[in-house]
Design a protein around this ligand. Structure first.
Ligand code: G1P
Length: 291
């Protein structure tokens, strides 16, 4: 059973400056909660019970958000603001814990995942990149389907979605014999980080959700710097795929790249119109803007 998820949050968010100069990009709000909460809830909905933040000294507000806030709780209680009290104390279910480990140097995503080696131990685990929000409509989200598939096939699962050909150089791209249907997995023949346009093996891009065996940690330890002069998770997965079955899982949901400003605005629109309290009024606002 997969119970642990690594969320690498040490990145400085240069794509989101100036906001990310003093606020972690993961704490920028999408409607009324920080972007990271959506990612953590996605993991929890898939059965994850331990969230492992791989973080940086400038990002303590992420840990604070998932911790108790005694003074605030007491104040809300004294003022009988029970709805708000419930909201801030029930961000996560009681069986879910959040732990953190530092990434002391920005050596890449592969290195960030490796920083959590001692915490995951011998267990298989999930990785969720917090820039990307995944919006699922089905009761079982994409990550839970990947976990279910991993438990049956024991093959690592890499979530992918199709992207336009001219954007392949921004992503990890997988090599598969044929594109799987949405919600299904297919054996991968290869994976390459940010291939030049015209050289990519497909247009199926790595979204930033992975289910990986513990063995990947040893492979990461021996992975040299790759694209961008960083230790790439993609390169360790390519090595794993030479020794064991690795599968690409084609997602059903929709992605929002909140690491980019336009992706962030899109996310605010989509999550805003579905907000249980604000949605109707927000939709009206959008209608008014159209006039
Ligand atoms: C990382 C991964 C890449 C993946 C992407 C998804 O790249 O290395 O394989 O496609 O996330 O957002 P980054 O965006 O950190 O450069």
């Amino acid at each position: 059973m997969i119970k642990k998820a690594i969320l690498p949050v040490a990145g400085l968010g240069t794509r989101f400056l100036p906001a990310s100069k003093s606020i972690p990009k993961e704490m920028v709000t999408v409607v009324d909660r920080p972007a990271i909460e959506y990612v953590v809830k996605e993991a929890v909905a898939a059965g994850i019970e331990q969230i492992i933040l791989v973080t940086h000294s400038s990002k303590a507000s992420i840990e604070n958000y998932f911790d108790r806030h005694f003074e605030l709780e007491t104040t809300l209680e004294n003022k009988k603001k029970y709805d708000l009290l419930k909201e801030i104390t029930e961000i996560l279910p009681k069986n879910v814990s959040v732990v953190s480990v530092r990434q002391p140097q920005p050596l890449g995503l592969g290195h960030a995942v490796l920083c959590a080696k001692d915490i995951v131990g011998h267990e298989a685990f999930a990785v969720l990149l917090p820039d990307v929000l995944v919006k699922d409509t089905d009761e079982k989200n994409d990550l839970s389907l990947m976990i279910q598939r991993f438990e049956v096939s024991h093959a690592a699962q890499i979530m992918v979605e199709a992207v336009p050909e001219h954007l392949v150089d921004q992503y990890g791209i997988v090599d598969v014999a044929q594109s799987p249907n949405e919600g299904e997995s297919i054996v991968m023949q290869g994976i390459v980080e940010k291939p030049a346009v015209g050289t990519a093996p497909s247009n199926l891009s790595v979204v930033g959700r992975y289910v990986l065996p513990a063995e990947i940690m040893q492979l990461l330890e021996n992975t040299p710097k790759g694209a961008g002069n960083e230790i790439q998770l993609t390169d360790a997965i390519a090595t794993l795929q030479n020794r064991a079955k690795v599968e690409a899982y084609r997602m059903k949901g929709q992605t929002f790249d909140c690491g980019s400003k336009i992706g962030y605005l899109k996310a605010v629109l989509h999550y805003g119109i579905e907000h249980p309290k604000l949605g109707e009024e927000f939709k009206q606002l959008i209608q008014e803007l159209k006039l």
